[in-house]
Design a protein around this ligand. Structure first.
Ligand code: SF4
Ligand code: SF4
Length: 661
């Protein structure tokens, strides 16, 4: 006969203000062996109370009625473990998120629901069997996805701690968005100086294998030993021979040029290109979609001129090291790389919304640009070499307006605040005033958000410099016949509509998760939260852990953040990885598929349905413990020969019957 202890948490007033805890105690006192309550069940005295009940053998199964198991399940398990009981003989009834927080207006019904949730947990805990953690050897290497400031920081920290790092970047060069910037707030220090040295360090660290122009295709296995498949895209240039001289990047005919992504479309690049002057690795890439096949020499073909001399395209001719060979039959699919790692850090960064979404802001005008485009105008490596000029006519603007919250804090697009726009607009406006004091500068804001060290002072200084901060949402922008732009706004301080005429408008469009990061999340099983960013396991307690064990998050893929926060998060992710991989073996929860060999008919259905290739059927089905993620799909076995440990059919049926009974 099992002995059940029920521990009900008040969660301060979070639960007890809605759910009648006394009523629960009264109701369950005859149904379990011990029932106790506590103001905070997650406190040390409560933990000791549970441990002591288990140690003194008053109970051998534990039900905690408290908050979501996401918060403190491990903490409660440790009470059982230290008392000598299997830590998996525990069940949590979530009477906070699933009850008091959502039924605050109806206390009686909330209490009834809490009873059902607890009854279900009691029914389930009775069916649980003692389980042990699975133990695996650890692969002392890490995959970092994304070569921006977050990915580079995490990679370097891990490499310095002695871990082999595979840094995979989808672009031909690392550096991320930050290498496009001129300065970083609040010190206005040089972005290139910060990022370039990191890029060089990454490239020269022998513990880091840099795999650029590559994408993660598949991740199998689990924490401690993930098998990773990466596709290195085809560059059509022999990078062993390419010396990055750039000779090939200027010879394509005009038809083979397009807006340059690195300059956010403000300049052009050729079919043969190097990402930027500071690219790491500094290697040329051929864009076959843009290439016009000069002299009708398609990739993979040779052409001979009259007289037998071989025809070479301009790019082939220009290359001093013969790194370009269009006669070679390059595989357009590139190359597949396979390797094993113990942990993964996802640091895939962000994108900003396209200005075209905002027709009301005259986005068709070339003089309405995004803030990221303006970063390129400010940058000495940008299309104007850092001079403040309009790209449309090369003239210096007399007045510039910066508009914040374009797509952020807007129910039509994103209700979240993109967090850094106020500050980078202040930075951009200050740089304009420093370089060209006679340009009139306005920033239109709903309000200025500048919390944090030195940031309010940064804002005050902007005002001192004569930058006009206008509080009020901009309703629209009109393009005037003379090409100027009229901002139709509202000044909340004056309490009246206003119109401002300027020559250039800069939109701080909302920060979003890039589409390919969403695709990556789908491939490897990460969760995307309602705001559209990758979801952390717990916002306060595990902010760098993803919802999957062994996969960590760093930087803006988890939500908008500035450079210092990004670096802090990357360092935290690296430290968390190191603390887990710095062991001979790792322990993993045992919630995986278990085959009853006697019942198995070797029909093969489980092998076919398993999305993780974790089952092979020979005489009977065999589960690869490392690959099984415990998803439960194979439990659809027609012979009922497979159960998920800790979530058996018996346990789940007992739980459901108690809920609906
Ligand atoms: S063949 Fe070479 S030079 Fe001609 S468009 Fe293509 S990449 Fe440029
Ligand atoms: S010309 Fe040759 S060596 Fe120079 S960047 Fe192009 S491919 Fe590389």
């Amino acid at each position: 006969m099992v002995k059940i202890g029920l521990y009900i948490c008040h969660c301060g007033r979070n639960i007890a203000d809605v759910v009648d805890v006394k009523n629960l105690i009264e109701y369950f006192k005859d149904k379990v062996n011990v029932v106790r309550d506590h103001l905070f069940m997650c406190s040390e005295p409560a933990w000791e109370m549970i441990r002591s009940d288990v140690a003194s053998k008053l109970v051998d199964r534990v039900v905690i009625a408290a908050c979501s198991p996401q918060n403190h399940e491990k903490f409660f398990r440790s009470a059982l473990e230290t008392a000598g009981l299997s830590k998996y003989l525990l069940e949590i009834a979530n009477i906070r998120e699933q009850c008091s927080w959502v039924h605050g207006k109806n206390k009686e019904e909330a209490t009834e629901k809490a009873k059902r949730l607890i009854k279900a947990a009691i029914s389930k805990v009775k069916t649980l069997k003692p389980l042990e953690d699975l133990k695996f050897e650890v692969e002392r290497s890490v995959l970092v996805i994304g070569g921006g400031i977050a990915g580079m920081t995490a990679s370097l920290d891990l490499a310095k701690m002695g871990f082999k790092v595979y840094l995979v970047e989808k672009e031909p060069s690392i550096g991320g968005k930050l290498i496009k910037f001129d300065k970083i707030f609040p010190l206005n220090d040089c972005a290139s100086c910060v990022v370039s040295s990191l890029m060089a360090e990454v490239a020269n660290n022998p513990m880091i294998e840099l795999i650029t122009y590559a994408e993660v295709e598949e991740v199998n296995g689990s924490f401690g030993n993930f098998n990773v498949k990466v596709r290195k895209k085809q560059t059509y240039v022999d990078w062993e021979k390419c010396i990055g001289c750039g000779a090939c990047t200027t010879v394509c005919p005009p038809k083979a040029w397009k807006p340059n992504e690195f300059d956010e479309g403000l300049s052009k690049r050729a079919a043969m290109y190097i990402v930027s002057p500071q690219a790491v690795p500094k290697k040329a890439v051929h864009d076959p979609e843009l290439c016009v096949n000069c002299g009708k020499k398609k990739l993979g073909t040779r052409r001979f001129l009259r007289g037998g001399k071989e025809y070479l395209t301009p790019c082939e001719k220009a290359c001093p090291t013969k790194a370009i060979d269009r006669s070679k039959s390059w595989n357009p699919k590139g190359e597949i790389l396979n390797f094993n790692v113990g942990a993964i850090i996802v640091a895939t960064g962000y994108k900003v919304m396209e200005k075209e979404t905002f027709k009301e802001y005259a986005s068709h005008s070339p003089n309405v640009i995004t803030a990221l485009q303006f970063e390129r105008i400010l940058s000495p490596t940008g299309p104007t070499s850092g001079k403040i000029l309009r790209i449309s006519d090369g003239k210096k603007p007399k007045a510039i307006s910066f508009i914040s919250c374009v797509g952020s804090r807007d129910v039509r697009y994103h209700t979240y605040c993109s967090k850094v726009c106020c500050l980078y607009l202040l930075k951009q406006a200050r740089l304009v005033k420093e370089r060209e004091p006679d340009i009139d500068v306005y920033i239109h804001v709903i309000d200025v958000r500048a919390p944090g060290k030195d940031l309010e002072e940064y804002y005050i200084e902007a005002r001192r410099m004569g930058i006009g901060i206008i509080r009020g949402k901009v309703g629209g922008i009109e393009e005037l016949p003379n090409g100027r732009l009229r901002i139709l706004g509202f000044d909340a301080d004056l309490g009246m509509p206003i119109e401002v005429e300027v020559d250039l408008v800069v939109l701080a469009t909302a920060i979003e998760l890039p589409e390919d990061s969403r695709e990556l999340a789908r491939k490897i099983g990460l969760t995307v939260d309602p705001s559209g960013f990758l979801k952390e396991d717990h916002p306060k307690l595990r902010p760098v852990e993803s919802t999957l064990t062994g996969i960590f998050l760093a930087g803006c893929c988890q939500g908008p953040k500035d450079v210092s926060e990004t670096v802090a998060q990357a360092k935290a992710a690296a430290a968390s990885v190191a603390s887990l991989l710095n062991k001979e073996e790792i322990q993993v929860e045992p919630f995986i598929a278990k085959v009853n060999e006697e019942a198995c008919t070797a029909c093969g259905i489980c092998e076919n349905v398993c999305p993780f290739n974790a089952i092979k059927v020979k005489e009977v089905a065999i589960v690869d413990e490392r690959s099984c993620k415990g998803c439960g799909i194979c439990a659809s076995c027609p012979a009922k020969a497979i159960d998920i440990q800790g979530y058996s059919a018996e346990s789940i049926t007992a739980e459901i019957e108690a809920l609906v009974g």
